[in-house]
Design a protein around this ligand. Structure first.
Ligand code: NDP
Length: 307
């Protein structure tokens, strides 16, 4: 019996809300971390005289982006942060956007800056992200922060990948020495989660659309992270018995229902732990953004205090 299954059994017995019946609850893990952030934010306010503050810039009226921005605002309020929203028209010029970012970089009352992607066509996302001060880059997209992650220097952790690490930890599974497979190599999920698993001493393989023998590699994985964006692509035939499976995918199935990259009904009996979709990775991303904003506030405060 693998450790994971032992842990699952133990969790069932203790009624652990974060991991029970092989299901890792992103909602429960997220609730615990948000409670910790709320407490620390109150401590920050006591010593600094102000709340941690996140500025979110949104350009255009993409409905999905509007929902994401609203969720971020609500989450900030929930943990006692100041939330600032800068809604710009779709035809905003690059210069205007860049000067807003520079203004927020210089604003001592702003700790984190986030530019909601995708930006309307014609705006150079890379140029705008690179303009954000690395000290306020709470999405961890700036090349300086990506570089720090890669060489193991302390700093921001990318939100979705950091959330994935918390979910693995919630199962009681140690990454050290484990065969880890990440399917997907995007800059926002696949590559950074591979870096975090490696930093946690996993033996990491990063697969992508050109990978040969994916199933064979997957069957050897103790920890499998699926970040592909293909509905139900991963079934039981990819899974090593007892493996921890993290499903990052957010797709629509043939009936328009939200589903992951894993075929949950097929994978569940074989794996040792799995994240549901929805309710798994999804809730973690904004939670880790809150953590990064608090980290930014603390770091900037310490820096200004000359410590
Ligand atoms: P991308 O489209 O940027 O990357 C997908 C990756 O999957 C690519 O590296 C691609 O390979 C690889 N891939 C595609 N087809 C295959 C295949 N048949 N076999 C192996 N690899 C394949 O997606 P993202 O990383 O941005 O997102 C992945 C999924 O995660 C999406 O469903 C997205 O909605 C979801 N997501 C969820 C978040 C959350 O908070 N829950 C946050 C972010 C994303 P190649 O590089 O060769 O093209």
């Amino acid at each position: 019996m693998t450790d994971v299954i032992k842990n699952a059994r133990a969790a069932e017995e203790t009624g652990n809300p974060e991991f029970s019946n092989k299901i890792i609850s992103g909602k429960a893990v997220s609730a615990r971390i948000r409670a910790e952030v709320r407490k620390e934010a109150a401590g920050f306010e006591l010593k600094s005289g102000r709340k941690p503050a996140l500025a979110v810039i949104i350009a255009g009226d993409d409905p999905a982006s509007r929902i994401y921005v609203r969720n971020k605002k609500n989450a900030c309020e929930e943990v006692g942060f100041t939330s600032l929203e800068f809604a710009l028209p779709a035809d905003v010029s690059e210069d205007e956007l860049l000067s807003l970012v520079r203004r927020l970089n210089a604003d001592a009352n702003v700790d984190g800056i986030l530019v909601q992607l995708p930006l309307p066509r014609g705006l150079d996302e890379k140029k705008i992200i690179n303009e954000i001060s690395p000290d306020k880059d709470v999405d961890c997209f700036h090349p300086v922060n990506v570089g720090k992650l890669s060489i193991g220097e302390p700093g921001f952790l990318p939100c979705t990948p950091a959330g994935i690490m918390e979910l693995i930890a919630a199962t009681g599974t140690s990454v050290r020495g484990k065969n880890c497979l990440v399917i997907g190599r995007s800059n926002i999920v696949g590559k950074p989660v591979s870096a975090l698993l490696l930093a946690a001493d996993g033996t990491v393989t990063t697969a992508h659309s050109k990978t040969v023998n994916l199933k064979e590699i997957a069957r050897n994985a103790d920890i499998l992270v699926a970040a592909v964006g293909r509905a139900k692509m991963i079934d039981a035939s990819y899974i090593k018995p007892g493996a921890v499976v993290i499903d990052v995918g957010m797709n629509r199935d043939e009936n328009g229902k939200l589903c992951g990259d894993c075929d949950f009904d097929s994978v569940y009996p074989v794996c040792g732990a799995i994240t549901p979709v929805p309710g798994g990775v999804g809730p973690m991303t904004i939670t880790m953004l809150l953590k990064n904003t608090l980290y930014a506030a603390e770091s900037i405060f310490e820096k200004n205090a000359g410590r």
